[in-house]
Ligand binder design. Structure first.
Ligand code: HEM
Length: 145
């Protein structure tokens, strides 16, 4: 089961990255004079849901793999990355995506709705890209899929 979760968490990153890029591009390209329609809401909702699925799987992995090993292990880059850096970075990004989604719902004009999605999702995307254990990063041992 653990292996399945790791593969799901790893593979879903691509779907999430694609969904975020698409939502950001859609938001900025329509911000000036586009109308915020049901389709636009679905695009931002899809990225929002995928982020929360990642959060759930990530939390399960964190707990099942007992990633928190105490402050004495913080000198070890590998332990610290998954215990703190990856988790904290992703949590901040997920909060930003949630805020962006809620703020766009509350916004009073279509331009503001697109603007909230565009800006919040873009900052979250940058944090997510920086927090992913890419195969070329130190000895984190993670793969491409
Ligand atoms: C946007 C959200 C997230 C993305 C895109 C993401 C992406 C990834 C990726 C690509 C890996 C490497 C998997 C591999 O090939 O070994 C990974 C590992 C991991 N993630 Fe996340 N993650 C996210 C959120 C989270 C959160 C919120 C947590 C914890 C609460 C978490 C906990 C973990 C853990 C414990 C691992 C290590 C799994 C292992 O390889 O043993 N992730 N994550």
């Amino acid at each position: 089961m653990l292996n399945g979760l790791i593969h799901a968490h790893s593979g879903l990153r691509w779907l999430l990255l694609f969904a975020l890029v698409y939502a950001i591009f859609n938001a900025f390209s329509k911000k000036k004079n586009g109308r915020f329609e049901a389709k636009d809401k679905m695009i931002s909702l899809f990225a929002f849901i995928l982020t929360h699925v990642q959060l759930l799987i990530g939390l399960l992995l964190y707990l099942l793999e007992k990633r928190w090993t105490g402050f004495s292990h913080m000198k070890d880059a590998y332990s610290r990355f998954f215990a703190v850096e990856h988790t904290l970075g992703m949590l901040i990004a997920i909060v930003l995506i949630t805020l962006g989604y809620i703020q766009s719902k509350k916004a009073t004009t279509d331009s503001k709705k697109f603007g909230k999605i565009g800006v919040y999702y873009l900052i979250a995307l940058i944090i997510i890209i920086a927090s992913i254990p890419w195969p070329f990063r130190e000895a984190l041992g993670a793969g491409w899929f």
